[in-house]
Design a protein around this ligand. Structure first.
Ligand SMILES: *[C@@H]1O[C@H](CO)[C@@H](O)[C@H](O)[C@H]1NC(C)=O
Ligand SMILES: *[C@@H]1O[C@H](CO)[C@@H](O)[C@H](O)[C@H]1NC(C)=O
Length: 548
């Protein structure tokens, strides 16, 4: 029997550092993740690649900073951007995605994703050139087969190309489709209901296991033998079943499980609704925690825990704009959208029984991009050598307790806002959002005002950065005195690292500058089979609006 080296891994969206019991959340409602940490390794100093979801996910799958892989905008100074359904850009074909590379080692890959994954819809580097103005050549505009995740290395896909925002009227904006592999099988708020009033939705269960949740759905086997689409006759394929099938076939696998229940509008299924001390967001966290427990238990039942590496993290900090309803970033400053710690420092747990010793804490500065390099290392592959890869392998940290010295870069658009090296974080620019937005009630740092730090004007500090010692001052409240030797020493170490980074940097073609309503999900592949096609409007490519 051949030994299989499997890699499974998950992420979830929009969780804060402080949302897990093991990170001090007082309700203690994440027993499965807490146990995963107790049996594995906790990374308290782990970062995502951007304070927003789409660029972070593109960075995870390419091992490269958004500034390199193109997942950024240059449409204003220091602007965050993501992939709403009208975005024209995507992951350039020139990028190598993790599942493509893992194929060389025989891996089968699946993406189960609820939100913000449209980076997979790679529009070739022509982004912004109104190639789309020839609408309507194809009713599948924006969803042409060459941009499909299954063309980017994944073997299976279940989920949506964008977030579950809505409901929309299907006239000004279409509801977001849900895909199974090559074709859509329905749309959010239609075949995949989310009750915004009660918060009830079965999506997390559907992403985990179709079996129970399938029944009773209009598109499921519960209604008729085959539902309204033939494809639903095929066996259930989501996370648990995918693992079972790969194990039965003795194939190494990569599962990227990214649920979105904690993203607004937050939802949970009935058994979890109203069960948390923390309200609906807590219900969603509990359901996600329970799902993680089910996945770990399945690995145990199949006796493949020693062959399976599991990692849990998030792609941006809690969205404090909805505070106190949308999670907590523990002791850290501000949240999603900002380059303070609350925007980019994430919960992170590695689990690999028999290899990673139980109950460890690693102070390795880690990055979501490390999962790219670490996964390749686990598969016995080298990262591509023809380009800069920002991820490092975490295996020395996880298996030998070693620490690798490396910087963490914090970008907004193409502006380097800050860098962390060792315990020191230097801010070259500070900004939360504009006074104009702030006065309208848009607040990324509610209840927090650190004078001169959480600024509402873009403040440049490139000559004399604000430096914090994150060990003593994780909340970034007390900048080191410019006159102190500690400041001078820290700056002396940081400066050459930043100069080297900037001199070697080759920015990718920015993908998030152009929006066009014609590329929205009007007529995804498969829509005609279910009568779900909508007519796209005329193509009008325009500059996307990125206010912060
Ligand atoms: C969730 O699934 C249950 C059982 O199949 C069903 O009764 C319920 O209506 C579903 N809820 C939603 C919001 O889809
Ligand atoms: C934060 O505090 C500073 C100094 O007290 C003040 O000037 C500034 O207006 C405050 N900002 C906000 C958003 O309240």
């Amino acid at each position: 029997m051949a030994a299989v080296a499997e890699v499974t891994r998950w992420r979830l969206l929009l969780m804060g550092w402080g949302d897990l019991g093991v990170y001090g959340e007082p309700s203690r409602e994440t027993p499965n993740l807490d146990r995963m940490a107790a049996e594995g390794m906790l990374f308290p100093n782990f970062y995502t690649a951007n304070p927003l979801c789409s660029p972070s996910r593109a960075a995870l799958l390419t091992g490269r900073l958004p500034i390199r892989n193109g997942f950024y905008t240059t449409s204003g100074h220091a602007r965050n951007a993501y992939t709403p359904q009208e975005i024209v850009g995507g992951i350039p074909d020139s990028e190598h995605l993790l599942p493509e590379l893992l194929k060389e080692a025989g891996y089968v890959s699946k993406i189960v994703v609820g939100c913000c994954c449209s980076e997979l819809w790679g529009v070739p580097v022509l982004c912004g050139v109104p190639e789309v103005s020839s609408v309507p050549i194809s009713r599948h505009l924006g969803h042409r087969p060459q941009f499909h995740p299954l063309k980017h290395g994944f073997d299976e896909w279940f989920g949506s190309p964008n977030c579950h925002f809505g409901p929309y009227d299907n006239r000004a904006r279409p509801n977001i489709p849900v895909y199974r592999d090559w074709e859509m099988v329905g749309r959010y708020y239609e075949e995949f209901p989310i009750n915004l009033k009660t918060g009830e939705a079965n999506l997390t269960q559907i992403y985990l296991q179709v079996m129970g949740a399938w029944a009773g759905q209009p598109w499921g086997a519960g209604r008729s033998a085959c539902g309204w689409r033939r494809t639903v006759c095929s066996p259930p394929q989501e996370a648990l079943d995918f693992i079972r099938r790969q194990q039965a076939a003795r194939r190494p696998f990569f599962l990227y499980w990214a649920v979105d229940a904690t993203h607004a509008p937050v939802y949970a299924s009935k058994p979890f609704l109203g069960t948390s001390q923390r309200g609906r967001y807590g219900d969603a966290v509990r359901e996600m925690d329970d799902s993680v427990g089910k996945i770990l238990r399945l690995l145990q039942d199949l006796r493949i825990t020693e062959d399976t590496f599991v990692f849990f993290t998030s792609d941006n900090g809690a969205a404090l704009i909805s505070a106190p309803k949308q999670g907590t970033n523990g002791p850290f400053l501000c949240g999603k959208q900002t380059t303070f710690e609350g925007g980019m420092r994430e919960p992170a747990i590695a689990w690999w029984p028999g290899h990673i010793l139980a109950g460890q804490v690693s102070h390795q500065l880690g990055s979501i991009m490390d999962l790219f390099t670490t996964s390749l290392a686990l598969a016995g592959l080298e990262p591509p050598s023809d380009r800069t890869i920002d991820g490092v392998s975490l295996l020395p940290a996880m298996l030998q307790g070693q620490l690798t010295d490396r910087p963490i870069f914090y970008y907004r658009g193409n502006t380097l806002m800050a860098v962390t090296l060792g315990q020191y974080k230097a801010h070259f620019w500070t900004w939360t959002n504009s006074w104009e937005e702030f006065r309208q009630g848009i607040d990324f740092c509610p209840g927090q005002n650190v004078s001169g730090v959480t600024t509402h004007t873009q403040e440049e500090h490139t000559k004399l950065p604000l430096i914090f010692h994150l060990g003593r001052d994780p909340g970034e409240r007390f900048p080191l005195s410019f006159a102190s030797t500690e400041y001078v020493d820290a700056l002396g170490r940081i400066t050459p690292v930043v100069l080297q980074h900037q001199e070697a940097l080759v920015p990718g073609q920015p993908q998030l500058n152009v929006c066009d309503k014609a590329v929205m999900n009007w007529a995804p592949p498969g829509c005609e089979k279910s009568g779900k096609c909508l007519t796209p409007p005329e193509s009008v490519p325009e500059k996307c609006s990125w206010p912060h």
